[in-house]
Design a protein around this ligand. Structure first.
Ligand code: 0O2
Length: 221
C-alpha cells in the first residue's frame, strides 16, 4: 500500500463516518421540531431527554469481527446499522408510540426495521422500542441514505437498561444466575411502575379535559 492509496482510504473512511454525523444532526433537528410543536399543541413535553452517539471505530471493528462481515465500506454500511444511534427517553409509555409514529410518518424517512421489546421483552427483562431508520443526507455531489438506530423508552426502562449494562460488563458478560433473576424482577417492577404512571397520566388528562369543558359551559351560560 503506497502513501497515496493510504491517504485515499483514510479520506474515504472519514467521509463515511461524517455521513453518520450528518444523519444524526438531521434526525436531532426533526426530533427537536416535533418536540416543540407537540409542546405548543398539547402544552406538555413527551420527551425527557435525547442522547445521540456515533460508534467508536473500535466498537465498529468489534462488531464487524463478531458478525464476520467483510471489512469494506459497503459491507460495514449494510451490516452495522447502529453506527449512528439516538436514544429518546420519555415519561410515559404512550409517549413512546406517539414519538415513534411521528417519526415514521415523515416523508423522507424510511423505516427499515422495528423491534418492539415492550410488547415482547427480551428474556433478561430488557424493554425498549427500536427503530432502524434510513435518512437521506444531501452531500455536495450526491444523496446518501444513512442508517440510524433509534431507541425509544421510558425513564424507568432507561434506568434499568443502564444498570443492567453496567452489571453485564462488571461480571464480564457472565453474571451469577441469582443476580440475573433479581434483575429480571427489577425489570418487571419497572414495567408495573410504567403502567401505573400511564394510568395516573390518563386520569389527570381526563380531569383536565372535564375541567376545561365545564369551564366552557360555565362561560357560555
Ligand atoms: P451499545 O454499546 O449500546 O451500542 P445487532 O447486534 O445490533 O445487529 P441486535 O442485538 O438484535 O442486533 O440489536 P438489538 O436487539 O436491536 O439491540 C441493539 C442495542 O440495543 C444494543 O446495542 C443496546 O444498546 C441495546 N440493547 C439490546 N439488548 C439489551 C439488553 O439486554 N440490555 C441493555 N442494557 N441494552 C440492550 P449494542 O451494540 O449491544 O451496545
Amino acid at each position: 500500500l503506497n502513501i497515496r492509496k493510504l491517504k485515499a482510504v483514510k479520506q474515504e473512511l472519514t467521509r463515511f463516518i461524517m455521513t453518520y454525523q450528518f444523519a444524526l444532526d438531521e434526525l436531532n433537528t426533526k426530533i427537536d421540531i416535533l418536540q416543540q410543536e407537540f409542546h405548543y399543541i398539547h402544552d406538555y413535553n413527551p420527551i425527557e431527554h435525547v442522547k445521540s452517539r456515533i460508534k467508536t471505530p473500535e466498537s465498529i471493528m468489534n462488531k464487524v469481527w463478531r458478525k464476520g462481515c467483510d471489512l469494506t465500506i459497503p459491507s460495514i454500511r449494510e451490516n452495522i446499522q447502529d453506527i449512528a444511534g439516538v436514544r429518546i427517553s420519555c415519561a410515559f409509555l404512550s409517549d413512546i408510540y406517539e414519538i415513534s409514529d411521528m417519526l415514521e410518518r415523515q416523508k423522507d424517512i424510511r423505516v427499515v426495521e422495528k423491534k418492539d421489546y415492550i410488547a415482547h421483552p427480551k428474556p433478561n427483562g430488557y424493554q425498549s422500542l427500536h427503530l432502524i431508520l434510513e435518512i437521506p443526507v444531501f452531500m455536495s455531489d450526491r444523496v446518501l441514505d444513512v442508517y440510524v438506530e433509534v431507541q425509544i423508552r421510558t425513564i424507568a426502562m432507561d434506568f434499568w437498561a443502564s444498570l443492567e449494562h453496567k452489571i453485564y460488563y462488571k461480571y464480564n458478560k457472565d453474571a451469577p444466575p441469582a443476580i440475573l433473576q433479581e434483575l429480571k424482577e427489577a425489570a418487571e417492577t419497572a414495567a408495573h411502575l410504567d403502567i401505573k404512571m400511564e394510568r395516573i397520566h390518563k386520569e389527570i388528562n381526563e380531569y383536565k379535559e372535564n375541567d376545561s369543558s365545564s369551564d366552557l359551559i360555565a362561560n357560555n351560560e
